[in-house]
Design a protein around this ligand. Structure first.
Ligand SMILES: Cc1ncc(COP(=O)(O)O)c(C=O)c1O
Length: 420
């Protein structure tokens, strides 16, 4: 089915207002009971997207971006219909893809696909070099001349389409003293002079055209500041890192623009839309997780996402009166192996996994007062920690509005696409 997020325009207060009626998820009992009713006729594990919640999230991120266009991070969605419906909203433009085979596939219908991570996929590079149209639409991400050498080794500059490239520069914060490196380990180029040197070296290479810069501030965008643990330190770190990044990103962009024009300067993620949009050096933002809203994005002061994606599993046994065991559940998210990477049981409220078992490969015991009310055959609702990874577990999402199924849509997996 093709999704249209503008089909039922939201009430005027949906984005900015605060009436409970416009945000049904603020009444969890009614919200999750509606979803249970929607899937009443279905057996087994089901994954669902509430279309109203998705619409709310997509529009709310536009408000937060205050006019700066948003590129959709496809890794955080992995459903074509959801990406396409989001791109149909004015304010969203282009995709940040996660593998080159995926980028080539998306470029069949989307004109602007930036691959957000370096690639060494030789077969896909050969396909890109042989396809003028894809080469006009897809931009590779580089941070090291070795990645360009690899492209040249697959297909020589004279016998391929010109390859568009963007530089990823390190957006982490080199904090003073023992704190050291704060952020993710990605690009080796950090200082303006290092990025400019790489730019000049790329400009001197035939067969490549440098078109953009990306700097993803994971320590701000991907780190909640209201998680209930160490928030003061996190906020201090984010203030310091933001100030440092504003200066350094401006200097990097200036240095690159002195060498050659840039089509785009990309930054940010779901968690940093306000900050990154305020950076005058940035021309576009990236966001993906905020659409389906994995529960890791619950712990931010600045915004409140609607739980759009959720999955439901069935109770198959009751080891004790206050424990209900569902079939499935061990859909653990990537990242550090912390409890927060487990799915979050959201309904009935108050259930927790057992410390000794966690979310299991085949079965997940859930404990709490609410388990007393659960019988064999009942459903429990969960939210995945991440936003895109749930799609790798299921063939399709059921699309629901209130207590009705209004359609379904295949995930990448359902389309037979296992990119990563
Ligand atoms: C390069 C890049 N940009 C932006 C993002 C933000 O994506 P999201 O909005 O899904 O957090 C990510 C996420 O890891 C990323 O790797």
């Amino acid at each position: 089915m093709s999704l249209d997020l503008l089909a039922a325009p939201p009430a005027a207060d949906t984005v900015l207002g605060d009436r409970r009626g416009s945000r049904p998820w603020h009444d969890p009992a009614a919200y999750w009971r509606s979803r249970t009713a929607a899937v009443a006729g279905i057996s087994g594990p089901v994954a669902t997207i509430d279309v109203g919640a998705l619409r709310y999230n997509a529009l709310d991120m536009l408000v937060r971006a205050s006019g700066v266009p948003i590129r959709v991070a496809s890794k955080s969605v992995r459903v074509r219909d959801v990406v396409d419906a989001t791109l149909a909203l004015p304010g969203y433009h282009g995709i940040l893809a996660f593998t080159l085979p995926e980028a080539l596939w998306l470029s069949e219908t989307v004109e602007d696909v930036v691959l957000g991570y370096p690639t060494v996929d030789r077969a896909a590079i050969a396909a890109l070099g042989a396809d003028e149209r894809a080469a006009r639409r897809v931009t590779l991400m580089v941070d090291d001349l070795a990645q360009l050498d690899l492209v040249d080794a697959v297909v020589a500059p004279g016998s391929r389409a010109e390859i568009r490239v963007a530089i990823e520069a390190d957006a982490s914060w080199r904090a003073p003293g023992p704190l050291g490196h704060i952020g993710v380990r990605r690009s080796p180029v950090h200082e303006p002079a290092e990025v400019a040197n790489l730019d000049r070296a790329i400009a001197a290479r035939p067969g490549f055209r440098l078109v953009g810069l990306m700097m993803y501030e994971a320590q701000i965008a991907g780190q909640g500041d209201a998680t209930g643990s160490g928030d003061g330190v996190i906020r201090w770190m984010q203030r310091r890192s933001s100030a440092e990044l504003l200066d350094r990103r401006a200097a990097i962009v200036q240095a690159l623009r002195d060498i050659a024009p840039l089509e785009f300067v990309n930054g940010g993620g779901t968690g940093s839309l306000e900050f990154t949009a305020s950076d005058q050096a940035v021309t576009e933002l990236t966001a993906g997780s905020g659409l389906l809203a994995g529960h890791l994005f619950d712990g931010y002061r600045g915004f409140d996402l609607a739980p759009a994606a959720a999955f439901s599993l069935e109770v198959v046994r009751k080891p004790t009166a206050d424990i209900a065991t569902v079939l499935g559940g061990g859909w653990i998210a990537s990242g550090p192996p912390l409890a927060s990477r487990q799915p979050l049981p959201v309904w009935p409220a108050g259930l927790t996994t057992l410390a000794r078992e966690g979310a299991g490969e085949v079965q997940t015991p859930l404990q709490g007062e609410a388990a007393r009310t659960l019988a064999v055959g009942d459903r429990v609702w969960f939210r995945h920690a991440k936003s895109g990874e749930l799609a790798e577990r299921v063939d399709r999402y059921l699309l629901v509005e209130g207590d009705r199924i209004v359609g379904d849509t295949p995930t990448y997996r359902g389309e037979g696409k296992t990119f990563l």
